[in-house]
Design a binder for this molecule. Sequence first.
Ligand SMILES: [Zn+2]
Length: 132
Amino acid sequence: MRWFINFMAGRRGADQLSFALIIVFFVLSVLFMFLPTELFFIRIVAYIPLGISVYRMFSKDIFKRQIENDKFMFWWRDISTKINKKINRVKDNKTHKFIKCPKCRQLLRLPRGRGKIRIVCPKCSNTFERKT
Ligand SMILES: [Zn+2]
């Protein structure tokens, strides 16, 4: 075990991007199982993200790997926020109505079944009436 500790000294090991690349490898491997056998060479493509992941784990350029991981996490946070917003909107659809402010196009979430109400946009302070 000592040799492995010495070997990993100065290397980054696994991070979020490395795990994501391994997941991409597994997804591609499963998808490529459905390919006809004549196209077996395409299966090699699945090993590219795995190879990159292994290279990243054992790379000694920690600073570069950190920047790559930060870029990935920034992108991933953006994507996951958008997905969560969509999921929450579908969940709230029964109890809330979503409308856009006619002036600034800001998306507003209003409770359903309150009749005609006056709405003040929190972004531009535009006042308008709408049935909910
Ligand atoms: Zn507005």
